[in-house]
Design a protein around this ligand. Structure first.
Ligand code: 5GP
Length: 220
């Protein structure tokens, strides 16, 4: 009996767009990978980019690495639902990536900058925007220095840019301060679970209220 009732109360819904933005060095990529690994029904949006592939990256898995010519041609065809130029390279998300995932009822995680997040919000007002912050500007500086990939001047520039990007925070729905990885992944997971339970996302036409002492058959 209880099983029947459970079946009656499962709703279908469109997938959720979960957008993460963060200043470089805030730990967003690690958080995103951990969240995907631990969450069912959550896909990863693979962006197109013109920036060179890093050694550890795989084409078609981390990004679709394309030439500037290919990127601009896709842009001309209207393939991107959002795009931006970040650190001199182009980045964009195709409409088909988003639509095919959401239509299957699967949620989609996007790691995009603040310009892209705002464009997506305009097309998908129901998207969930999460801003990841470092615990302090000093810690951000320490992390950037520990990475050992930037010169002093580049580090100063990244911090300035990070502070600039953080102005967009007020337009986001949630903010997670990434101090401890476990706690931050837990917070992101909780945000997604709460959004999945939002009544406005459920297809209520599937709701059947059972008559008293009966199963959940549709009344004729
Ligand atoms: P990275 O080159 O370090 O992977 O990413 C650089 C920046 O580009 C990050 O802030 C990342 O969030 C952003 N980014 C990655 N993919 C996209 C995308 O498809 N669209 C936009 N707007 N930004 C992106």
């Amino acid at each position: 009996m209880l099983d029947d009732a459970d079946q009656c109360l499962s709703f279908s819904r469109r997938g959720i767009l979960l957008i993460l933005s963060a200043p470089s060095g805030a730990g967003k990529t690690t958080l995103a990978h951990e969240l995907i690994a631990r969450t069912s029904n959550l896909g990863w949006s693979i962006s197109h980019t013109t920036r060179p592939r890093r050694t550890e990256e795989v084409d078609g898995k981390d990004y679709h690495f394309v030439s500037e010519e290919t990127f601009l041609s896709l842009q001309d065809q209207g393939a991107f639902v959002e795009w931006a130029q970040v650190h001199k390279a182009y980045y964009g998300t195709t409409r088909t990536t988003i639509e095919s995932t959401l239509n299957m009822g699967q949620d989609l995680l996007l790691d995009i900058d603040v310009q892209g997040a705002e464009q997506l919000r305009a097309c998908y007002p129901e998207a969930v925007l999460v801003f990841i912050l470092p615990p302090s500007w000093q810690k951000l500086e320490d992390r950037l220095r520990a990475r050992g990939t930037d010169e002093e001047e580049a580090i100063t520039q990244r911090i300035r840019r990070a502070q600039e990007e953080t102005r967009a925070l007020a337009r986001y729905d949630y903010c997670v301060i990434n101090d401890q990885l476990e706690a931050s992944v837990g917070a992101l997971h909780a945000i997604l679970c709460a959004e999945r339970a939002r009544v406005s996302r459920l297809d209520l036409s599937l709701l059947r209220i059972a008559p008293a002492h009966s199963t959940c058959d549709t009344p004729s």
